[in-house]
Design a protein around this ligand. Structure first.
Ligand code: THU
Length: 138
């Protein structure tokens, strides 16, 4: 993976946080834990995990949990440097469409989203814009 030194430093800082977040996942229905770690401009790290419900449609993904938590804690939209998403049961995790739309609203277009599964060599770095080009908005 060809990362800038700054991106590599963010990655190494966020990975253990996302792994810890995944351990907190409530996922009895899918048995598919996901963790997210969000780095704020003022250097806070906000964790998120997936939180499922027996009424399946109520499930919240790790990425949205992290973003909603950050907003609830007073961090402004677009005040984020990077997000890392980790899911141990796939080689590479790709954020779902709903999370991509929420990222588009709350994160800057160029903000990196580091995506990692159990295969470190398959990890991908995307930007918010790359994840949802031509996103809906008004
Ligand atoms: N999930 C996430 O938390 N993030 C993703 O990027 C993809 C899917 C969750 C939702 C659900 O709890 C489980 O993974 C299986 O879809």
């Amino acid at each position: 993976m060809n990362r800038s030194p700054e991106a590599q430093a963010q990655f190494e800082r966020l990975l253990p946080e996302a792994i810890a977040a995944a351990r907190a996942a409530w996922c009895p229905h899918s048995d598919f834990p996901v963790g997210a770690a969000l780095l704020t401009l003022d250097e806070h790290i906000i964790r998120g995990c997936n939180v499922e419900n027996v009424s399946y449609g109520l499930t919240n993904c790790a990425e949205r949990s992290a973003l909603f938590s950050a907003i609830a804690q007073g961090h402004a939209p677009a005040s984020f440097k990077a997000m890392l998403v980790y899911a141990p049961k796939v080689a590479l995790i790709a954020p779902c469409g709903a999370c991509r739309q929420v990222m588009h609203e709350l994160m800057s277009a160029g903000c990196p989203v580091y995506c990692v599964g159990h295969d470190a060599t398959a990890a991908r770095d995307w930007t918010v814009e790359q994840l949802l080009p031509g996103a809906f908005g008004f």
